[in-house]
Ligand binder design. Structure first.
Ligand code: PLP
Length: 384
């Protein structure tokens, strides 16, 4: 099997597995227990916090361990929906459902959508204009898109939010462990998720900037400095920390990253003769992700045929599986419905080899030939 669905979830790294088992065995005690075993578990948890903070350029006290990015994003949006009085929030049209749905649930009619260009990017001029119009208390723009891999100018957005006094929520789930990640100064809340970069599922981190009072993702006990009640998932945290350190050091290695970018570019070029095109054109994107508009058949057929040949790709976001209609991300980019339904997502990992990309390109070429000769009519079935 060749796995090209890392944006849905990545396989657990050996470093993460080892850290998980070691923490589960050696630090099974509750970090809040008053005895020596509890103190050792607490010390391990704090070491993980320091290591994660070190990787993000944040202070250890700013890192809150969560069950994942959905929890972190929900908590931030819920907290500020109450704290903002009647003020509005501004969120990009391509946010993950954990931001979109939470914004709708907590801010209701005070949610304003920020349009994107035809590659799915936020344009700074438009952002500035919308900021002046809406005067949001909170802005949410993700770092890199989970469906297309397109990169947002999120560090610049953080800077503008800082000078306009808006809270900034950055969903860095797909960026973390793939590109160098430093949290900008100011009121930037940032969420990450362990299972996207080789840690386990059900564990993530949230950066809560210093000086924010009364924030609690969960209420109950005093864990995580009162900002996230519930017994800490120490094996999960230890494994996520190991995975983040490993992948972040790869991300900092410019030679590694350049090689991966070249593989992605060559892959897209090899597909062009089969009538496949990248949905985001030449826009800057994660080295691991490409969203492809396929010829001849709907994305489900492509995914099934590739799966039968041993290549695991996806029709789009795993979180949208089962939902009707084309993806909100592709629609916001202005892709016609027919094209959106022919779009697949390919997302690699650090362990993916150049030959895997090449083999996938060959398989796509062969399937395109098969579908063409079968006279597939899916394109005409779906009106644009
Ligand atoms: N944000 C993005 C961009 C994602 O891709 C995902 C996962 O699909 C999430 C948030 C949700 O993360 P989690 O699974 O940790 O709740």
């Amino acid at each position: 099997m060749v796995y090209f669905d890392h944006n849905a979830t990545a396989p657990m790294l050996p470093q993460a597995e080892a850290a998980f088992v070691a923490a589960a065995r050696e630090h099974f005690a509750n970090p809040s227990s008053p005895h020596r075993a509890g103190a050792r578990a607490r010390a391990e948890l704090d070491r993980c916090r320091e290591r994660v903070a070190g990787r993000l350029g944040a202070e250890p006290e700013e890192i809150v361990f969560t069950s994942g990015a959905t929890e972190g994003a929900n908590a931030v949006l819920r907290h500020f929906a109450g704290a903002a009085g009647g003020a509005a929030c501004l969120i990009s049209a391509v946010e993950h459902p954990c931001v979109r749905a939470a914004a709708d649930a907590f801010w209701k009619e005070r949610v304003h959508s920020l349009e994107v260009d035809d590659a799915g990017r936020v344009e700074m001029d438009r952002f500035g204009a919308r900021l002046r119009d809406v005067r949001p208390a909170l802005v949410a723009v993700m770092a890199a898109n989970n469906e297309t891999g397109v990169l947002q100018p999120w560090e610049e957005i953080a800077g503008v939010c800082r000078s306009s006094d808006a809270v900034y929520l950055c969903d860095a789930v797909q960026w973390a462990g793939r590109l160098p990640l430093r949290v900008p100064a100011g009121r930037t809340f940032l969420v990450g998720s362990g299972h996207k970069f080789g840690g386990p599922k059900g564990v993530g981190f949230l950066r809560v900037p210093r000086g924010v009072e009364g924030f609690a993702a969960m209420v109950g006990g005093e864990q995580e400095g009162g900002r996230r009640a519930g017994t800490e998932n120490l094996p999960g945290v230890a494994a996520m920390t190991a995975a983040l350190e490993h992948t972040a050091s790869l991300a900092d290695d410019t030679t590694e990253a350049a090689a991966r970018r070249a593989w992605r570019r060559d892959f897209v070029e090899r597909l062009a003769p089969s009538g496949v095109k990248a949905a985001t054109g030449e826009a800057k994107a994660l080295w691991n992700t490409v969203s492809l508009v396929m010829p001849h058949a709907l994305n489900h057929r492509w995914v099934n045929r590739l799966s039968r040949r041993g290549f695991m790709v996806s029709t789009g976001s795993a979180c949208a599986t089962g939902r009707e209609g084309p993806s909100h991300v592709l629609s916001a980019m202005g892709l016609a419905a027919g094209e959106a339904r022919r779009t697949i997502r390919v997302s690699s990992g650090w362990e993916t080899k150049e030959r895997d990309w090449q083999a996938l390109a060959d398989a796509v070429g062969e399937i395109a030939g098969e579908l063409r000769s079968e006279g597939s009519s899916a394109v005409v079935e779906i009106p644009d």
